[in-house]
Write a protein that binds this ligand. Structure first.
Ligand code: ATP
Length: 361
C-alpha cells in the first residue's frame, strides 16, 4: 500500500506562505494531478512530499509511514522534476541504469528495465548518446525513463512533458497515462496545463495562491467547479461569467442578465438572501443558440465568429460581459447577426459575487 497523505502542510519562504494548510490524500495506485497557474505552489508542495524541502507545519505519510522529516532517499519515491538532473558525462543507457545499479538490481534485470522504459519513452535508439548531444525534449524523456525504471511505488512528476513539442506531447500524454495505469504506482503529477490535467488525472487538485481550491474527478472539476477561479481556470474556453442583478418584487425574485429576467429556483432564492448581485456561470457548450426569440431567451448580437472545425465559437456581448458560445459547425451566422440564447437551468452555476463561491448549481 502506498497511499500518500498530506495533512495540514504548510511551507514558507521567509514571511511568504507558498503552501497554506494543504490537505490531500492520494489513494494507493491513484494518479492525482496538481494543477494551477504559475507560482501557485504546486512545485513547492511536490518538493515537500519528495523531501527536497521540509514542511514548516503539518504531516506527510507514505504507506502509513510518517516521512515528514525524512530525507528524500528514505521516502521510497521516484521523481522527475522540471530541472531534470541527468548526468551529462553518462550515456543515456547509464543515466537510466544509474539508480538501479545504486540499489544493486542484478545486471540482467537492469538491462531489461532500461530497455523497456527507454522504449516506453521512444528513446530506445538514443541509448548510446550523451545528453549534451540531445534536444531538451529528448533529455526530458530520459529523466522520465530513469524514474520509470526504478519501479517505485510512488512517483512524483513535475511538468514531465513541458519540453516536448505539441504533437509529441499529445502522444506522450496518452502513453504516459496508459503506462502509469499499468505500473500501479501512486502518482502526483504537477502541471499548469489544464487539458493535460483533465485528460490524465484520476483526480485533480486545483491550487491558487498556495491554497488547494478543489479536489475532484476531472469531469466534476470541469462541470461543477467549487468557485469562480476553478471554473475560469479550467476549460478552453473557460467558463463564462455574467453579472446578474437580483430584483425583488413582493415575493417574486428575478435575476436580470443583460435584458432578460431569469427565474431562480426557490432554493436559490433563499440562498440569495438580501444580495443584489450574483454571478451567473455557464460553459460555452451548454447554451442553446436559436435564430428566433422564445420565452426566457436572451437576445444577443454576434460580435465574432470563429469556425473551429468541430464547432463554431461565437463571441457575443451580454450586458458588459463578452460570452463565448459554442454552436454546431452547421449553424451559420455572421458578425452582427442577432441570435437568442437559452440557458438550461441545470447548466447554470450561481456564484456569490463577493466570495466567488458557487452557491447553487
Ligand atoms: P510554476 O508552474 O511556475 O513552476 P508553481 O505553482 O510550481 O509554479 P512554486 O514554484 O511552487 O510555484 O512557487 C510558489 C511560490 O513560492 C512562488 O511565488 C515562488 O516565487 C515562491 N518560491 C518558490 N521557491 C522559493 C524559494 N526557494 N525562495 C523563495 N520563494 C520561493
Amino acid at each position: 500500500m502506498a497511499e500518500i497523505k498530506i495533512e495540514n502542510v504548510v511551507k514558507k519562504f521567509g514571511n511568504f506562505t507558498a503552501v497554506d494548510n494543504a490537505n490531500l490524500t492520494v489513494a494507493d495506485k491513484e494518479f492525482v494531478v496538481l494543477l494551477g497557474p504559475s507560482g501557485c505552489g504546486k512545485t513547492t508542495l511536490l518538493r515537500t512530499v519528495a523531501g527536497l524541502g521540509m514542511a514548516d507545519g503539518g504531516r506527510i505519510t507514505i504507506g502509513g509511514r510518517d516521512v515528514t522529516y525524512l530525507p528524500p532517499r528514505e521516502r521510497q519515491i521516484s521523481m522527475v522534476f522540471q530541472s531534470y538532473a541527468i548526468f551529462p558525462h553518462m550515456k543515456v543507457y547509464d543515466n537510466i541504469a544509474f539508480g538501479l545499479r545504486m540499489t544493486k538490481v542484478p545486471k540482467k534485470e537492469t538491462d531489461r528495465r532500461v530497455r523497456e522504459s527507454a522504449e516506453m519513452m521512444h528513446i530506445e535508439n538514443l541509448l548510446d548518446r550523451y545528453p549534451s548531444k540531445m534536444s531538451g525534449g529528448q533529455r526530458q524523456r530520459v529523466a522520465v525513463a530513469r524514474a520509470l525504471a526504478m519501479q517505485a511505488k510512488v512517483l512524483l512528476m513535475d511538468e514531465p512533458l513541458s519540453n516536448l513539442d505539441a504533437l509529441l506531447r499529445l502522444e506522450m500524454r496518452a502513453e504516459l497515462k496508459r503506462l502509469l495505469n499499468d505500473i500501479d504506482a501512486t502518482t502526483i503529477y504537477v502541471t499548469h496545463d489544464q487539458i493535460e490535467a483533465l485528460s490524465m488525472g484520476d483526480r485533480i487538485a486545483v491550487m491558487k495562491n498556495g491554497v488547494i481550491q478543489q479536489i475532484d474527478h476531472p469531469t466534476i472539476v470541469y462541470d461543477r467547479p467549487s468557485n469562480q477561479f476553478v471554473g475560469g481556470f479550467i476549460g478552453n474556453p473557460p467558463m463564462n461569467f455574467m453579472s446578474g442583478n437580483v430584483q425583488r418584487d413582493g415575493g417574486n425574485v428575478r435575476v436580470v442578465v443583460g435584458e432578460t429576467a431569469l427565474t431562480p429556483a426557490p432554493v436559490l432564492q433563499s440562498l440569495l438572501g438580501n444580495q443584489t448581485d450574483v454571478i451567473v456561470g455557464i460553459r460555452a457548450e451548454n447554451m442553446e443558440t436559436l435564430r428566433e426569440p422564445s420565452p426566457e431567451t436572451i437576445p444577443v448580437d454576434v460580435h465574432v465568429v470563429e469556425p473551429l472545425g468541430s464547432q463554431n465559437l461565437l463571441t457575443v456581448k451580454i450586458g458588459n460581459d463578452f460570452v463565448k458560445v459554442a454552436t454546431h459547425p452547421d449553424f451559420r451566422v455572421s458578425a452582427d447577426d442577432r441570435v437568442y440564447l437559452r440557458f438550461p437551468s441545470d447548466k447554470i452555476r450561481w456564484i456569490e459575487r463577493d466570495s466567488g463561491k458557487v452557491i447553487y448549481g
